[in-house]
Design a binder for this molecule. Structure first.
Ligand code: ADP
Ligand code: MG
Length: 428
């Protein structure tokens, strides 16, 4: 197969720098591959992107040696405009990339430049808008969009040109985790369905690996330090040596003394074969002593020998046993579907355990204690919290408090209290 991107002994030095930023890069990407590039800040990842799309040397002058071929062309001879027919780049900060007054105009920009007929232009914009799910936004101004929406518009803008290679420079940087997952999903879908070659640069490795990639290239100080499958990389110590954060579960396994093996597919926690590690992790867990309790030990919440099953009878939680002392902070972690939410809902009384007890400050909490009474002790913020749409933000916040429930204090007091509350919580 002829590579679509090929760096051969490629070195590049910005004119304003005394030392090369990229050194002796040998890197090959085949058509249709999805490659993740990771490396610490300043290691040269964005420079690599700029070499591929022709911004080096046209926007960023400097000297290079060795060779670089992208889609059969030398970017340094082809120019930014010429390369834009082959390579589409979605930058980390999409704001600077918007040109049009509306989303539709912006997406159509490249076609307009190519003097595409209007009818065809409408069709093409419509098609990519569908792919990246921005049809409802076509009439909006790009400035009014959220970070995730801006990124999708930017993606549409490069897809409309039907380029073969898509470069994403830190696509997750400005996105919250949920929107980030959607972005990674979308990139994955575009790569597969539209047969694109995709390069993602990202240091949020665990998030970027939400969908499979073919290879991970590690850049360290301008050089290719590793080029291997995600499974091989996660089994190695290269990430740590290069100062890149591994996925937490990999760090945890290594911390417990496990030798993570590529054959167990550490790429995703959900599908990783954890069996060979269980014994070591359990032994470590049992050996490690909990931190010394400061001051007086006062159990706030105690769960004793708790079992739970839903109506199907399948055991969801068995023999759960733990104590949280007053002032302690505890994290409960586990796979999707492990029973974390069920446990929370038993604690706050939505469900009742099949066996065992729950105690607040040494007192058994059973059916005789109303949900209302439990709320005086335990407050819960749900993973998928929902606000009441017809109410204002203030009303939503005070929904469960005495003032609104019992209308005990005047509206003015309520507003004053709300204002203080918002200030404390950083809501304006
Ligand atoms: P990364 O994307 O991995 O954070 P960059 O490619 O942005 O790294 O930067 C790598 C090195 O190149 C840094 O030392 C940076 O200062 C330098 N550099 C980046 N852009 C330019 C530029 N336009 N002109 C001169 N030096 C630059
Ligand atoms: Mg960068």
């Amino acid at each position: 197969m002829t590579p679509i991107i090929e760096f051969k002994n490629y070195t590049f030095k910005y004119r304003s720098q005394s030392e090369p930023t990229l050194r002796e890069i040998d890197l090959t990407v085949n058509p249709g591959e999805k490659v993740l590039i990771v490396g610490p800040s300043g290691s040269g990842k964005s420079t690599l992107v700029h070499c591929i799309n022709g911004m080096v040397p046209f926007s960023y002058p400097g000297e290079s040696s060795g060779t670089l071929t992208v889609g059969g062309k030398d970017p340094a001879k082809t120019g930014i405009f010429g390369m834009s027919k082959i390579v589409g780049t979605v930058l980390q900060d999409t704001d600077g990339q918007f040109i049009g007054l509306t989303v539709a105009e912006d997406v159509a920009f490249a076609l307009e430049n190519d003097c595409v007929e209007q009818k065809e232009m409408f069709r093409a914009v419509d098609e990519v808008a569908e792919v990246v799910d921005i049809k409802a936004l076509l009439g909006n101004a790009p400035t009014e969009l959220s970070g995730g929406q801006k990124q999708r518009v930017s993606m549409a803008g490069v897809l409309v040109d039907d380029v073969d290679i898509l470069l994403f420079d830190e696509p997750l940087a400005n996105l919250d985790p949920a929107t980030g997952k959607r972005a990674i999903d979308l990139i994955d879908r575009i790569c597969r369905e539209r047969d694109k070659t995709v390069i993602i640069i990202e240091h949020r490795l665990e998030d970027a690996l939400y969908r499979d990639v073919d290879r991970i290239v590690v850049i360290g100080d301008g050089r290719v330090v590793a080029d291997m499958t995600p499974d091989e990389l996660l089994a190695s110590d290269i990430l740590i040596q290069e100062g890149i954060r591994e996925p937490l579960y990999v760090t945890a396994l290594k911390h417990a003394g496990c030798q993570v093996a590529a054959k167990d597919h550490p790429q995703h926690i959900e599908t990783m074969n954890l069996e060979p590690y269980q014994e070591k992790v359990r032994a470590w867990f049992e050996k490690v002593s909990l931190p010394e309790i400061q001051g007086e030990e006062k159990p706030a919440l105690e769960v004793l020998d708790l079992d739970f099953s839903y109506i199907t009878g399948k055991p969801i939680l068995s023999d759960i046993h733990f104590r949280i002392n007053k002032g302690e902070m505890l994290a409960i972690v586990g796979k999707n579907g492990a029973g974390k939410n069920t446990l929370m809902k038993i604690i706050n009384g939505v469900y009742t355990q099949t066996a065992g007890t729950v105690q607040f400050f040494g007192k058994n909490i059973d059916k005789s204690v109303s949900v209302r009474e439990r709320e005086q002790t335990v407050a819960m913020i749900y993973q998928d919290y929902s606000l009441v749409g017809e109410m204002t933000v203030a009303e939503n916040i005070f929904l469960n408090t005495e003032p609104i429930r019992g209308a005990l204090i005047s509206d003015r007091d309520c507003i004053r209290k709300a204002a203080e509350f918002f200030r404390d919580m950083g809501i304006r």
